[in-house]
Design a protein around this ligand. Structure first.
Ligand code: GMT
Length: 373
């Protein structure tokens, strides 16, 4: 098949999933055309069968506001026509599903199938804004196929937007050969020279991720055992988090690593992953950690409990329950036998349920069903 993929190309879970999906489909012999305003950040070198088409933005003094939705629609028309696409797969509904709708109207519905994959805030937050709600509902009703990355997101979207159609649940996936436990890791000595336990968190430091909860929980863990905290990523809450570390007097035990490409190496040098989010449709970062054999301590929100199983691959607490999260962390980090059981279960779940070899064929089958309909 010839497949077009549109996503947000910068850092972020939906862009990662879209790019990894494109690369995996190309490995399976499909021709993939990314259509976005910038090269997706994981497409940093040549891949056989993968092409990139940049969306150019016209500038004109009258245009006070960005016309990306329209520019993307025009570019999609061009790419579908000249690259003979069968499918346009839009990741993150806003505004991509609207551009796909416009492009399909121009091309004729018989010439292309559109797929929208919902990732989270496109449905649970942004799409609900009064300025987007009617458009979002219309775009979803009129996409040829819709997928959601968790059961939670599927059900929530159908009920919130009162959709008169179904949504296919295809979960996020991981390359479990790349995200794998390592016997030894060069960074371990660097981060924990005294043999301390290492807790890690990665996110975009937005309020919804509740990174201060990670720091407060870690502060409590430190009362029971020597430990280090690694914080990967960057975003609006970073300064508040650095201040909190100073306030709690724990700066020497916390490292802010910023955005990192060496994620697997850092996860492999860590013992426990924390995801205390207040909104999360899936929690790809938790899956990445689990695949490296890290148990996860998370909240019970959204789709997280579908990924992280309580008392099996990690523990689940209510939002903001710092005492409980700290107790769980101490329990796992001070009991080697229990830790090993949880670590193996986390890795096993990633391999048995979320490996890319299992999930990518589900997208292929979905495309094939749409093309046959
Ligand atoms: O809203 C975000 O956090 C951004 C969004 C993205 O595009 O990166 O993340 C969502 O998609 C990820 C990939 O499917 C999921 O793992 C995240 O749980 C989801 N975030 C939220 O639902 C808050």
């Amino acid at each position: 098949m010839n497949i077009g993929i549109t996503c947000y190309p910068t850092y972020g879970g939906s862009g990662v999933v879209a790019t990894e999906l494109g690369l995996a489909l190309a490995e399976r012999g499909h021709e993939i055309h990314f259509v976005t305003y910038d090269r997706p950040f994981r497409l940093d070198h040549f891949h056989q069968g993968v092409y990139f088409h940049g969306v150019e933005m016209a500038k004109y003094p009258l245009f006070d506001f960005d016309m990306y939705t329209l520019a993307l629609a025009s570019k999609l028309v061009e790419v579908v026509q000249y690259q003979k696409l069968d499918i346009m797969h839009m990741h993150y509904a806003i505004p991509h599903a609207v551009s796909a709708y416009l492009a399909r109207q121009i091309l004729g519905a018989e010439n292309i199938r559109t797929v929208t994959t919902l990732h989270g805030t496109d449905s649970t937050l942004v799409g609900l804004e009064p300025s987007f709600l009617p458009l979002m509902r219309f775009a979803l009703q009129n996409s040829d196929g819709i997928t959601a990355v968790s059961r939670f997101l599927r059900e929530k979207t159908i009920s919130t937007y009162q959709l008169e159609r179904d949504i296919e649940m295809i979960p996020n996936f991981i390359d479990t050969e790349v995200y794998a436990p390592r016997e030894s890791c060069k960074y371990r000595e660097l981060f924990a020279p005294g043999g301390e336990k290492v807790i890690v968190h990665t996110s975009n430091f937005r309020p919804v991720k509740r990174v201060p909860d990670v720091i407060r929980t870690f502060g409590k863990v430190l009362e029971s055992l020597p430990a280090k905290l690694l914080l990967i990523g960057d975003g609006p809450d970073r300064s508040e988090c650095e201040n909190l570390c100073r306030e709690l007097g724990i700066c020497e035990h916390v490292r802010f690593l910023g955005k990192q490409d060496a994620l697997v190496d850092i996860l492999a040098a860590s013992d426990l992953f924390m995801l205390p989010s207040q909104s999360e449709s899936f929690g790809l970062s938790a899956l990445e950690a689990m695949s490296c054999g890290l148990p996860v301590i998370s909240t019970s929100i959204g789709g997280i409990p579908e990924v992280n199983l309580h008392a099996e691959t990690g523990y689940i607490a209510e939002i903001g329950d710092i005492d409980r999260m700290a107790r769980y962390a101490v329990e796992l980090l001070t009991n080697d036998a229990k830790y090993a059981v949880f670590s193996h279960a986390a890795r096993r779940r990633a391999v048995e349920v979320y490996d890319k070899q299992r999930i990518v064929p589900l997208y292929e089958a979905f495309y094939e069903r749409l093309l046959a309909s």
